[in-house]
Design a protein around this ligand. Structure first.
Ligand code: GTP
Length: 212
């Protein structure tokens, strides 16, 4: 699934959207590939476990602005963990995905956050906690409240999704993209000569709560 262009660093090109690297992290079978496939290819099908990493790109259209996301889908299986560290270097955003029907995957998502924080100072990366498979609500082991509280305690964005039913999937990616753009604006506003921006503007607060 690798694309032709080099995925390592955002490269501002005049007239082109900014580029950000987003990594999908989480245990095996939580639905990382399915979320990426649903978002990028508008498809849901049985996918084989990821080996190493798969790579997608998508331009997110946010009306007045747009952003190109390089989406790195990492393998969740334990045997690939050492390799995954290489992939999240240089990430601007991360989705920490768990399966709402597997408590253990929720704990693993918390461990992934700790791993991520070892490589990136807290706050440098836009991180969203994503509870996937809401269509399997009757088998739920992680409550909405538990997800929400953990996210709030770590100042993460939070949403629940169903890749299968296409519920909240594009909202996850567009919310992260909006937050990346918002932070870029803030950074630019700190550059001498640039105009001030309204820091209260932006979607991040609403995304910390979940519509379900
Ligand atoms: N019911 C339901 N099943 C899902 C959903 N998302 C993914 N699945 C299924 O869960 C299984 C694992 O999905 P993947 O997308 O391969 O999971 P992954 O996290 O990428 O797995 P690894 O590649 O091993 O890390 C597959 O059988 C998917 O069809 C969902 O929203 N609802």
């Amino acid at each position: 699934m690798a694309q032709a262009d080099s995925p390592f660093q955002p490269r501002p090109v005049p007239g082109q959207p900014s580029v950000s690297k987003l990594v999908l992290l989480g245990s095996g079978s939580v639905g990382k590939s399915s979320l990426a496939l649903r978002y990028v290819k508008h498809d849901f099908k049985s996918v084989v476990p990821t080996v190493g990493c798969a790579f997608f790109t998508k331009v997110v259209d946010l009306g007045a602005s747009s952003l190109k996301l390089e989406i790195w889908d990492t393998a969740g299986q334990e045997k690939y963990h050492s390799v995954c560290h290489l992939y999240f270097r240089g990430a601007n955003a991360a989705l920490l995905v768990y399966d709402i029907t597997q408590k253990d995957s929720f704990h693993k998502a918390q461990q992934w956050l700790a791993e991520l924080e070892k490589e990136h100072p807290v706050g440098e990366v836009v991180v969203m906690l994503v509870g996937n498979k809401t269509d399997l609500g009757e088998q739920r082991e992680v409550t909405l409240q538990e997800g929400k509280e953990f996210a709030e305690s770590k100042n993460l964005l939070f949403m629940e999704t169903s890749a299968k039913l296409n519920d909240q999937v594009s909202e996850v990616f567009s919310t992260v993209a909006q937050e990346l753009l918002r932070r870029e604006k803030v950074r630019k506003s700190h550059t001498p000569g640039n105009e001030a921006v309204d820091l209260n503007e932006g979607p991040a607060r609403q995304a910390r709560c979940c519509a379900h």
